[in-house]
Design a binder for this molecule. Structure first.
Ligand code: SF4
Ligand code: SF4
Length: 214
């Protein structure tokens, strides 16, 4: 029996991309499992398995679609990129402040250092050489970041915050010489959960369309 995801991507290609994503991913397997559970719960409310049961769609199909949404940018299927979806839906950020309180490191690329310091010379005392990536930098006082307002969860240096903060929950990575935005798969970040949900819905609907067309 054909699984729904196989209508979207060759299984061997998927397994290869997944293996590479897991090798390079900072998210733990446990974290990804929790995020996928959160997305699964919401996806079941949006797309009925019962309705599509006669076509052979199962819970396992929904789970596979979510797994695909974790790692595949929809631009490869002529859909919107992670960046485009995130930009369209900034309301998904609940301003819970977890990203500013819990991040293990706030990365600063060597090329953005001067720009940041030009906009905000006071940052000089808050930036140190990056321990993991020599030649680059990071914020000094984190977990929580010292710039977060504890009452409003707003950033105290919003206009001169590092690029990683501007992009979150997307993370820019170097992939075979090209840069692309991947989603930081955090179950505690509503923005991440909603991004994966949105992608899963698009993928699910496209797979059903292909299934119905035969
Ligand atoms: S990006 Fe996510 S973790 Fe950060 S404030 Fe928004 S919802 Fe919370
Ligand atoms: S610099 Fe601002 S956006 Fe970045 S982690 Fe700190 S408080 Fe959050």
């Amino acid at each position: 029996m054909i699984m729904l995801r196989d209508l979207l991507i060759d299984r061997d290609v998927f397994l290869d991309i997944r293996r590479k994503a897991i090798d390079s991913d900072e998210n733990s397997a446990e974290e990804i499992e929790l995020l996928e559970k959160a997305v699964f719960k919401r996806l079941k409310k949006k797309r009925s398995i019962k309705k599509y049961k006669k076509l052979g769609v199962t819970k396992a199909d929904l789970k596979e679609i979510i797994e695909l949404a974790d790692i595949l940018g929809l631009d490869v299927l002529d859909g919107p990129s992670n960046y485009e979806i995130a930009q369209e839906h900034q309301e998904w950020c609940t301003i819970c402040g977890r990203c500013c309180r819990e991040s293990e490191s706030i990365f600063i690329h060597k090329d953005e250092l001067n720009v940041l310091l030009t906009f905000n010379p006071d940052l000089k005392d808050g930036i140190i050489p990056n321990k993991q990536y020599p030649g680059h930098y990071e914020l000094k006082d984190i977990k929580p970041c010292k710039y977060i307002d504890p009452e409003t969860n707003r950033c105290g240096i919003y206009d001169s915050r590092p690029q990683v903060c501007r992009s979150y929950p997307l993370v820019l990575i170097d992939s075979g010489g090209k840069t692309r935005n991947i989603i930081n798969l955090r179950h505690s970040c509503n923005y991440s959960v909603m991004l994966i949900l949105e992608k899963s819905i698009i993928l699910f609907d496209e797979a059903i369309r292909r299934l119905e067309q035969g």
